[in-house]
Design a protein around this ligand. Sequence first.
Ligand code: FAD
Length: 391
Amino acid sequence: MQAADVVIVGGAVMGSSAAYWLTRMQPGVRVVVVERDPSFVHAVTALSVASIRQQFSTGVNVAISAFGIGFIRDFQASLGVDVGIGSLGLRENGYLFLGHSTEAPGMMAELAALQHGYGAATQVWTPDQIKARFPWLEVEDLTAGSFGPRDEGWFDNMGLLAGFRMAAKLQGAVFLTDEVVGVTMDAGRVAGVQLAQGGALACGALINAAGTRASVVAQMAGLDLPVEPRKRTVFVIDAPNARHPEAPLLVDAGFYLRPEGNQWITATVPQDDCVCDAKDFDPDLHLFEDVIWQQLYARAPGFDAVKVVRHWVGHYDYNTLDQNALLGPHPMVPNFYCMNGLSGHGLQQSPAIGRGLAEHVLSGGWQSLDLSDLSVERVVTGTPFLERAVV
Ligand SMILES: Cc1cc2nc3c(=O)[nH]c(=O)nc-3n(C[C@H](O)[C@H](O)[C@H](O)COP(=O)(O)OP(=O)(O)OC[C@H]3O[C@@H](n4cnc5c(N)ncnc54)[C@H](O)[C@@H]3O)c2cc1C
């Protein structure tokens, strides 16, 4: 049986980030990343809308994004290894959350104050201020808007993944194309993993970075994780009468929208949102016509002539307890580590979460950032740690 200090199950953005940080922090540590499909064609990472914001409702999530934006903005310098990816093409157009209720202005002001505490520049606007900045939006039904004038936007998801992978490899991590099909236990701890192609790997610790399959991997160690795949259909649309390259990522009541080159990306959360088959990538095409388009046209009349030019389906790795990351060692199996349940905001969190997990594996505790609010204990005690700003 081959041996590793750490086996990472899943080699997309979370697994590769953990591998990168482990090998950066402790040169010589034996890290093996097992990835069943290195084309990543169905990985959440590859199917992401790839945006980053500081506008979260919990301090820990703002702190995670504050680290993430710096890392992403100066990617090559942050990695510290030249992997030939100079930039992730970050577009800092900001996020604009629209408020519709009488409570929205107060709630947005409260959240902005929290975010300022972590260095964010969130501004709370009146409807008139929204109109002044983005005259192509209708604002009559709004009560407020919350805008991030810096540190928010979108970037190259596959560049981030490739950078972490290449840097981790250069630093000595081994990437295997195989599937983990079993976990061997010894005295309540993970002793190794079994592989689909017949091999086995002994390990000192296991990191579960299996995305939408995180609960399947956890069950191999006798553990329950409340993580399930939930389908999201994303539409790329052409709107010749709406060319606004300066547009932010707009979060309205029933959809979100952002520019992508000369086109736009938009999506919604299905009303009957529920678990889906991990192999089901059939698009819910009716969502554009039935749900998004009417609202979009009401918000911005320039979207009168719209053509869907492309669509794709991705699955959120959805944490049903509280839509927040589940991080760190599992209390029942202390060398089984989780970086799961990212619920639609994991890409931007991967730099900080990979660093945090690596520090925890190597030192036994959280170091640079205290991520204990997101620890797996809350699954065992059934105590949610709610994030209100889930898009
Ligand atoms: C439509 C959509 C939009 C999104 N938009 C954003 C956004 O704007 N901003 C943001 O931050 N996040 C966003 N996300 C979420 C973000 O993309 C994910 O949280 C993040 O990419 C998760 O990465 P991961 O590595 O945990 O999972 P994945 O990318 O799914 O990777 C898991 C990997 O594990 C492998 N694997 C699974 N089981 C095994 C096994 N047994 N053995 C070996 N390998 C295994 C899989 O093949 C896969 O490659 C979005 C997601 C979707 C679907």
